[in-house]
Design a protein around this ligand. Structure first.
Ligand code: 4AZ
Length: 233
């Protein structure tokens, strides 16, 4: 996260770090006792056995646990690895998380446009473009763009589809390593409206962060999260 501030320990109890072969590669969001949402591009073609998630941790270079085992991965069937269309995935854990370690983020209850709304992006990604990953998580307040402004942004022929959402603020953005983590609207409950997906560099003028639009995937998520105990505020 560029242009943000450090989270306090325990401040975002739904925020998780995703590891592949023991190394943090992306963010993720706890949405149920044994389910997280991340980006498909983070885990594309990777077997569940190589994945773990850190939940309830702060400094990822000094963790208390090695992470919780992922037992099953549901990639979005229409993920496009060239355009990053449909860049969302659901991780199922081998065991439910200990209750004291997390609180789930809520899912939106419809596909609102959200344009102009304030949102918060968070993660262990770089705090400057091409910088190293952060050992502690950061957060930044950003604004959600209209779909028209977003399609007309600098991305040109790199298409921003209706399955995506743009957000940024001057000098504030998601960055490398934040992928898979949440974009949250805080009112009335922290609700995951986006999954960090792509962008040109970080916090460049005219190039907002692009997110998978969670509201678009509600029917698919209901299937992938079947039997999960959901957020009950
Ligand atoms: C990345 O490489 C990445 N500025 C994620 C988000 C953005 C850029 C890069 C958005 O994971």
């Amino acid at each position: 996260v560029v242009g943000g501030m450090a989270l306090s320990p325990g401040e975002f109890p739904w925020l998780a770090a995703l590891k592949r072969d023991g190394k943090v590669i992306c963010g993720a969001t706890v949405v149920a006792r044994d389910h997280l949402i991340t980006a498909t591009h983070c885990i594309h073609g990777v077997e569940a056995a190589r994945l773990t998630v850190l939940v309830g941790e702060y400094d990822v270079n000094h963790t208390r646990t090695d992470g919780f085992e992922v037992s099953h991965v549901t990639q979005h069937p229409d993920f496009n690895r060239y355009t990053y269309d449909n860049d969302i995935a659901v991780l199922r854990l081998a065991e439910p998380l200990p209750e004291h370690l997390y609180r789930p983020a809520c899912l939106p209850d419809d596909d609102n446009s959200l344009e102009g709304e304030d949102a918060v992006v968070s993660g262990w990604g770089s705090t400057i473009e091409k910088g190293p990953a952060s050992s502690i998580p950061n957060k930044a307040k950003v604004q959600i763009w209209t779909q028209d402004d977003c399609s007309g942004a600098g991305y040109g022929r790199r298409k921003v589809t209706p399955r995506m959402l743009c957000a940024n603020a001057p000098e504030r953005d998601a960055c490398t390593g934040d992928s898979g983590g949440p974009l949250l609207v805080p009112q009335p409950y922290y609700t995951i409206v986006g999954v960090v997906s792509w962008g040109r560099g970080c916090a460049r003028q005219g190039y907002p962060g692009v997110y998978a639009r969670v509201g678009h995937f509600l029917p698919w998520l209901r299937g992938a999260l079947r039997h999960a105990c959901m957020c009950t505020p």
